[in-house]
Each structure stands twice: as C-alpha cells, then as structure tokens.
Design a protein around this ligand. Structure first.
Ligand code: GDP
Length: 442
C-alpha cells in the first residue's frame, strides 16, 4: 500500500502515466524527473506556472520506486541506451521546494508521485463492467473484421464450433489459448499495431499473474444458445468462471487500489507508429482511448467508472517520440492529433475534466541538418547498428481524413544522443509544457 502522505507530511499530487508497451513511458518519466531535478538550472524557466519551483529532489528510498538510477545509467552510458520498458507498476517520487513570498499561504514543499503502469492494464478498464457474454460479443465482432480476421485465420470458426455445454477438452483448450496469445501478440506488433488486445495482462502479466493458470476464451456459440446453465467442467462454466476471476481478482483490484488516488492521468500514444500502419491501427487506437475515457463521458453506473473520475481532473493524451519529425511537422502533429481526437475532445468538453493534447519528445535523438540542396533532414544514430544515419522524415498533414485513410512512410529507430548528463536538462520538446499542465500554478 502506498502512504497517503510522504513521511514529512507534505501534500501529494499523484499522476498516473501509462501507454502501451513501447510508447515511451520509462523515457518520459526519466525526462520529467531530470527536468525537475534541474529546475535550479533553468529547465522549467519557459513555463510561468512552474517558475516557483526552486528545486526538485528524487526520492530513491521508497517502496516500488521507479528505477531512475537504472534509467540514468542507460541514457548517460557509453554508448547510450534507452531505459528498460515498463513491465509492471512503479512510482517515481519527488519532493518539490517552492520559492514563496513570506505572506504566501501556498505550501513551500509539495510531493509528486508519478505512477507508472502498463497501458495494457488500463485497457482492461473496458471489461470491468462486462459479463462473459459481453466479453464474447465484443471479441466476435473484432475477430470478424479485418485485420484481425487475417491475423488469426479460422480462429473465430474454431471457437464458434465449441459447444459451451460440452465437457472441456484440456488439450484443445491449451492449443486454442496458445493461438489466442499469438493473435494478441501479432495484433500488437507491426505491421498491425492494434491497441485493443484484451485481456491486457495476457500480453503484460506483471508480477504474480500467470495467464496460463486460469485461461478463458470467448465462446461465440453461447450468444445463440440461450441458457447458460452449464455443468461444472464444461467449456462454458470453465471459461465464464476464469473470466470472472480475471475481472474481479486481477483487473479490478488494480484499479480499486490505485485509481481513486490519482489527481491526473497521462496517456501516451504512439501516434507515429499507428500512422505507419494506417487506418486499422488508427481506428483501433482511437476506440481504445474512447473506451478508457468512457467513465468521463457518461454518467455511468459502473463502479470503476465512478472510481476513475472521483478525483482525476486532468487528462493529457500525449503523442511521443516526435523528434523523428522535422520541426514544422512536429507542430503539425499536434494539430493532426487534435483533428484525430476531435469527437472525443468534443464529448468531454463541458464535463468536469480538462483534457489536453500534447506532442512531445522526451529525449530528442535526431538533429536537424540541411542536405546538399539546402533541404532540411534529420541525422541520428540507428539503434541496433549504431551507425550514423541521415533521413528525410515523412511530412505530416494538419488534418486527419475523416475515414482515417492515412499512412506515412516508415521511420528509423534511433539510439539516444551521446553526452547526456544528469546535471543538465536532457534535450526534449514540450516536456515542460506537459508538466505545466499537470502541476503548474496559474
Ligand atoms: P515504455 O515501454 O512505454 O516504457 O517505453 P520506453 O520508454 O521503454 O520506450 C520504448 C522505445 O521507444 C525506446 O526503446 C526508444 O526506442 C523509443 N523512445 C522512447 N522515447 C523516445 C524519445 O523521446 N525519442 C526517441 N527518438 N525515441 C524514444
């Protein structure tokens, strides 16, 4: 359990930071801590709302601490590496000291907790209020459509052939569970880059959960067969019981112990990745965002819905790794994100939540140069070969086509820049603006 206050009793602001694997959570948290640590050296000077922060100090000695030491070792090493990806939850804790006038009633010290957890777990929010029939219905719909139909050819038919009332066949269940896991993993990876890969913990289990121990699969035949009086040991009974166990004992407790305590939530999205895959990835990512933000849109009855919006007042949706683009395109990406999520932001406007969209680079790995004809291009070091490369990134339109029919060319994966130093602000873009939205005083 996390302490409600820091030992010194200072008021705590808790910010959840999540995003699907590879979105850039670990790197962004490292960059945020680095910016706050360098407040004295001007890292936050461009943001008036953060001007009073004199000093930020990372708290190493705390429970489930985010491994900032490891991240610094990686980024500042020779050669530099990216920090390890988030695979479980952890918390980066900082104390922030403020410059105050003698008569100010505001606290001179605040505590900040950055709660890092896999976005795969956040997606499970969708199934918290579902029963097994809802789960099956959603998956039948998703599996029937492209590209999932092609990713797992025949899987839907095989599942549909199972009679939920028949005794479960362990070997067949095992084989189907393996196919299910591969389907989730393939959906997640390029070229598809789909987001709604439930159950989220099958891809990112975290400590203490073994997806193979109590497996379950959707059973399409249950949707037409009416009664659900399945005998013990039948497909229907086993899958329904295991689904309920997952929902009530794995997914829900996570939200119950952490969500009611968050003041703000940051959701990182790999928009550049989705743009490389095109329409299906863009549609799936947007649907995933809509489902996790649903508690804010409707005055729903769901228990988790209430928990989620009890305290969270600010949500930032953040497109990451924009240093892969030329500066003019970085600005256009924010407008593209705005156009892509227009309906969602419209629906949330007027509710008691502030939603803001950002396009950031946590640690800028590419530099702008001019080619022989004077045209701008980017140079950086390729991540695996470690060779210096020059590339002309794709240009970004300002608007998302209504049918999401947009694909951009592939981009290289870069290594972090050389020469990063903890005692200087890491090169990045809009990290300070994001912080200003989250904790700025206005
Ligand atoms: P997580 O899985 O969400 O914790 O994501 P990570 O922080 O581990 O980042 C995943 C990968 O994205 C890294 O290994 C880098 O290749 C890339 N990445 C993350 N942040 C940046 C960034 O600011 N700039 C660039 N160029 N690449 C980044």
């Amino acid at each position: 359990m996390i302490a409600k206050h820091f030992p010194n009793g200072c008021p705590v602001t808790r910010i959840g930071i999540t995003g699907l694997s590879g979105a850039g959570k670990s790197t962004l948290i490292t960059a945020i801590v680095n910016h706050l640590e360098n407040a004295r050296r001007g890292a936050l000077d461009a943001q008036p709302g953060l001007a009073a922060i004199r000093h930020g100090r990372w708290q190493r000695e705390s429970e489930r601490a985010f491994d900032y030491d490891h991240a610094l070792t990686a980024l500042t090493g020779e050669p530099p590496r990216w920090p390890e990806s988030t695979r479980d939850w952890s918390i980066a804790r900082l104390t922030l000291d403020y410059d105050r006038r003698w008569y100010s009633l505001r606290p001179r010290r605040r505590c900040l907790e950055l709660f890092d957890y896999p976005g795969e777990w956040l997606l499970d929010l969708a199934l918290i209020d579902w029963d097994f029939a809802d789960y099956t219905r959603h998956w039948v719909d998703w599996l029937a459509r492209s590209p999932r139909r092609q990713i797992a050819p025949g899987l839907l038919d095989e599942l549909a052939a199972i009679d939920p009332a028949a005794p479960v066949d362990e070997a067949r269940l095992q084989a189907l569970v393996e196919r299910w896991s591969s389907m989730l993993a393939d959906s997640r990876l390029p070229p598809h880059r789909l987001s709604r890969n439930l159950p989220g913990r099958w891809l990112m289990p975290g400590a203490g959960y073994d997806p193979g121990a109590m497996p379950f699969l959707p059973l399409p035949a249950m949707l037409s067969s009416g009664g659900q009086d399945w005998a013990s040991g039948s497909w229907g009974e086993v899958c329904r019981t295991h689904f309920a166990y997952y929902r009530d004992r794995i997914a829900r407790p996570f939200f119950e112990s952490h969500f009611g305590r968050l003041d703000a939530q940051v959701i990182l999205v790999d928009l550049l990745g989705a743009l490389r895959s095109g329409r299906s990835a863009l549609a799936d990512m947007r649907a995933a965002l809509e489902s996790v933000l649903e508690p804010f849109r409707y005055r729903g009855e769901g228990r988790i819905a209430n928990l989620f919006r009890r305290r969270i007042r600010r949500v930032a949706i953040v497109a990451t790794q924009i240093d892969h683009l030329l500066p003019a395109d970085q600005a256009r990406l924010t407008r593209l994100l705005d156009s892509y999520l227009f309906e969602l932001t419209q629906e949330l406007a007027g509710h008691d939540i502030e939603l803001r969209l950002f396009a950031v680079s946590a640690v800028t790995a590419a530099q702008t140069r001019e080619d022989a004809r004077g045209e701008p291009m980017l140079v950086g070091v390729e991540k695996s070969s470690r060779e210096k490369i020059a590339f002309t990134p794709p240009s970004i339109p300002e608007q998302m086509p209504h049918d999401l029919d947009l694909v951009i060319d592939d981009l290289p994966t870069l290594a972090p820049p050389a020469g990063l130093d903890r005692a200087r602000t890491f090169p990045g873009r809009r990290v300070d603006a994001l912080l200003d939205f989250l904790i700025g005083e206005h």
